[in-house]
Design a binder for this molecule. Structure first.
Ligand code: NAD
Length: 369
């Protein structure tokens, strides 16, 4: 490895850690994973054994290691803020899995602490940097659909207790379909259209208890503590009007994932929980046409946002999956729930810039030309 690699320590070696370890070790030249940690030491050891140069450590030892530049925080949502804040206090930049934190206050505190320490904070999702969503971004920026008028986003499903080995956290604060899946949809919308000015929403819990049908916790009953069907309306700062529905209470649907409607045409956006998918555009009364990807990273490139953060650390440029973006998304997700509880519109306190589009023609593993 070249000496200028940015050293990464992973905290949280559960379900999603495998793809991060693989991509950060094998795809992105700028990154070098040197350590991993988990409350359950055997999990850290098992992951470390898969990759040369990765050592299993306790969380404390990992955070105390001066060689580590970025902590990639893949713990459960409830632990995101605590682990991230400890990492920032130890002088590390932090990339959190989504959501940034559970409470707004935790997110704010994290951003403030990072600023004071001069480190970067940001996080998932990074799918908005993938080939599908960057192609959509280019079409919008190049004027193919004119000025955005409206957007729709739908995530209609029945939850994760049928496949995830430990699904309880999906039904606790920081979980639910909005906090779990909303970040993909909202980050994509903010990247494509811009920040949101105000929202309103309606929520419900249809199934107050859920039985786990995956292994090894088959038959365990989970008490649902958060809304599991959330409908929201968004006024974007640029005047576009968005509609989002996220649900764990339905048995699927035929709705598109995301569509964006402009003064000149419509754009069909692929599933924002993937890096690829089909991008289609319809101009005026013309027919829908599929558009080939303009950008790289069509495969599962989780870790792309970490590599972008590493490049930003090296060059001093802004990073894309930033704290301001992830905080705005967190603020939005709360705002839908608050609007439903209070029966009003909620004006967002936060805002952010649209993250810069990725350059065209990047070689696999690179983020800058
Ligand atoms: N599983 C997926 O497909 C998926 C996809 C995208 C994003 N995510 C996100 O990734 C995160 C992790 O999800 P997962 O599915 O891997 O969960 P998981 O339960 O499989 O793994 C989480 C791991 O974090 C460890 N952990 C929890 N608190 C900790 C702490 N304070 N210190 C150290 N380790 C701690 C747990 O022991 C566990 O091994 C969540 O935020 C989730 O939203 C998951």
């Amino acid at each position: 490895m070249a000496s200028e690699t940015v050293k990464v320590g992973i905290v949280g070696c559960g379900n999603i850690s495998g793809i991060y370890l693989k991509n950060m070790s094998q795809v992105f030249d700028v990154l070098e994973v040197v350590a991993c940690a988990d409350l359950i030491m055997d999990r850290a050891k098992a992951k470390a054994e898969e990759y040369e140069g990765v050592k299993a450590r306790t969380v404390k030892a990992l955070l105390a290691d001066p060689a580590i530049d970025i902590v990639v925080n893949l713990t459960i949502p409830n632990a995101h803020a605590e682990v991230a804040l400890a990492a920032v206090k130890a002088g590390k930049s932090v990339y959190n899995e989504k959501p940034l934190a559970v409470a707004r206050e935790e997110g704010k505190e994290l951003l403030k602490a990072a600023e004071a320490k001069g480190v970067l904070v940001g996080g998932a999702p990074d799918t908005f940097l993938g080939a599908g969503l960057q192609t959509c971004r280019k079409l919008i920026d190049d004027g193919w659909i004119g000025e955005p008028v409206a957007a729709t986003a739908f995530m209609m499903g029945h939850g994760h207790e049928g496949w995830h080995p430990d699904p309880e956290f999906f039904y606790k604060p920081g979980g639910g379909p909005m906090f779990d899946m909303g970040p993909y949809y909202l980050t994509a919308l903010v990247s494509l259209i811009g920040p949101v000015r105000r929202v309103t929403g309606a929520t419900r819990i249809t199934f107050p208890q859920r039985a786990v049908t995956s292994k090894p916790k088959y038959g365990t009953v989970i008490t649902v503590d958060v809304p599991t069907h959330i409908a929201g309306i968004m006024d974007f700062a640029n005047g576009a009007v968005g509609t989002i529905v996220t649900s764990f209470d339905v048995w699927g649907g035929h709705l598109p994932r995301i569509e964006i409607y402009g003064t000149e045409g419509s754009l069909s956006v692929p599933d924002p929980n993937t890096f690829a998918g089909s991008v289609c555009v319809k101009r005026g009364h013309g027919n829908w046409a599929e558009v080939p990807f303009t950008h790289s990273y069509a495969e599962n490139s989780r870790g792309l946002g970490v590599a972008d953060m590493a490049c930003a650390l090296r060059s001093g440029r802004a990073h894309r999956a930033s704290g301001r973006l992830t905080y705005h998304v967190l603020d939005l997700m709360h705002a839908f729930h608050d609007a439903s509880d209070s029966g009003t519109h909620v004006t967002l306190e936060s805002t952010c810039e649209r993250p810069a589009a990725l350059p065209l023609g990047l070689r696999q593993g690179l983020l800058d030309e």
